[in-house]
Design a protein around this ligand. Structure first.
Ligand SMILES: *Cc1c(COP(=O)(O)O)cnc(C)c1O
Length: 217
């Protein structure tokens, strides 16, 4: 089942789009089913859960932290995380830089931009994100590299609203790219809205339930 889903995704999405298989709440055995098809990119949203799966599973897996990260937990993922999707403050970026330095690594990060209507969604305004990218502080951080933007659309059936939120993030992405040539990843699209996201220029989709089935919390 999972292997079939992974293969179908890979055959249908464009080559320019990376699939992050979101395995949160799912056991290591399910991740291995996907891994055994040759898929290496997995997303988790909880620090402890990602760390214990990293310990247990093959070391060539690329672990993406897609959820909000508390600063005091960065140290647990700094030794191995391959991309942090949801950087939403200068202080978090500073802590990632510090922990990456301790591990003699450069950690790639995305800035999370708030595009949804709901108040509950984390993320920076476009202006604050731009200020962070252009800041002296960031220029002095040698152990983090901002390589793109991430956003989550409003949870709604209104396709027009989702479309316009993704369009606005894509526009912001193009502006950021002009500012910094390292900006190349646009992480947008989940199980319910990835087709719209790809249409609107996503280069990375984060898909959980459409691969692994519904989550039981
Ligand atoms: C859980 C999660 C996803 C995947 O959600 P699905 O709807 O199951 O595809 C994507 N992005 C983030 C940030 C998530 O927390």
């Amino acid at each position: 089942m999972i292997a079939e889903k992974i293969k179908t995704f890979k055959n249908t999405i464009p080559d320019t789009v990376t699939l992050v298989a979101v395995s949160k709440t799912k056991p290591a055995s399910k991740i291995l089913e996907a891994y055994n098809t040759g898929h290496l990119v997995f997303g988790e949203n909880k620090v402890q859960e990602m760390e214990s799966k990293w310990q247990e599973l093959p070391k060539d897996i690329e672990w993406h932290m897609i959820g909000h990260v508390q600063r005091n937990k960065v140290k647990y993922i700094a030794p191995f995380v391959s991309l942090v999707h949801a950087v939403d403050s200068p202080r978090l970026l500073k802590e990632i830089n510090k922990q990456a330095k301790k591990n003699e690594r450069v950690i790639k990060c995305l800035l999370q931009i708030k595009i949804a209507e709901e108040d509950s969604k984390y993320g920076l305004s476009k202006e604050d994100a731009f200020a962070l990218l252009a800041s002296e502080n960031y220029k002095n951080f040698e152990h983090v590299k901002i390589v793109g933007l991430m956003g989550m659309a409003t949870f709604t059936d209104d396709k027009l609203q989702i479309t316009s939120e993704f369009e606005s993030l894509k526009k912001t992405f193009e502006e950021f790219k002009k500012e910094d040539p390292n900006i190349e990843i646009l992480s947008m699209g989940m199980s319910g809205d990835y087709t719209i996201a790809i249409e609107k220029g996503s280069t990375m989709i984060r898909v959980g339930s459409a691969i692994f089935g519904e989550r039981n919390y």
